[in-house]
Design a protein around this ligand. Structure first.
Ligand code: HEM
Length: 159
């Protein structure tokens, strides 16, 4: 029974990773197109904003799946991982990524939308926002990679 719980937990954990990584990759390509349109025909760029709003929601749902399946995985192993540093570090990184997404990413998205839909978009402000969005994406990517490495290769070092 414990094995069925563990394998179901792992399956859910993998589904969560696919939701997070798939949406992240999709967002990367959509944002690339979006900034191209901002340069060439800003009035059309707004059409991509609904997708740029929906994919982060899928990422958040993926994180929720990770938390639920993570707890199931811990339970299936009788909480033996609880107390190991790799898990604490992983949870801290997940919290940082979530807070960064809500406090920084969401705000940036709102500011970009405001400019794009404004009757007189401020080009200089958009250039600054593009740079900030790039930095935000890079930080989120580093956090996700660090979480993946901690859960696999670095796990032995931190257990
Ligand atoms: C973005 C968030 C997360 C990602 C990308 C992630 C990724 C992973 C990966 C790749 C593994 C290795 C799977 C294996 O051992 O075969 C793993 C294992 C594990 N994760 Fe996560 N995880 C995340 C969040 C969480 C959270 C929030 C928890 C706890 C509440 C958690 C608990 C665990 C546990 C206990 C294992 C060990 C499973 C085992 O080997 O028996 N994970 N995770």
């Amino acid at each position: 029974m414990q094995d069925l719980e563990h394998s179901s937990g792992l399956l859910l954990h993998m589904i969560g990773i696919v939701m997070i990584a798939g949406s992240f990759l999709g967002l990367y390509f959509i944002q690339h197109q979006f900034w191209k349109l901002v340069d060439t025909d800003i009035s059309k760029s707004g059409a991509l904003l609904p997708l740029m709003k929906t994919l982060p929601i899928v990422i958040q749902l993926g994180v929720l799946v990770q938390i639920i399946s993570g707890i199931a995985l811990l339970h299936s192993r009788s909480w033996t991982f609880w107390g190991q540093n790799w898990l604490y570090l992983k949870i801290i990184l997940v919290v940082i990524a979530v807070l960064n997404g809500i406090l920084v990413g969401k705000k940036l998205g709102g500011k970009i939308a405001m400019q794009v839909f404004s009757p007189a978009p401020d080009r200089a402000a958009l250039v600054v926002l593009k740079g900030k969005m790039r930095t935000f994406n890079a930080i989120q990517l580093i956090l996700v990679l660090a979480i993946l490495f901690l859960a696999t290769i670095l796990r032995i070092m931190f257990s």
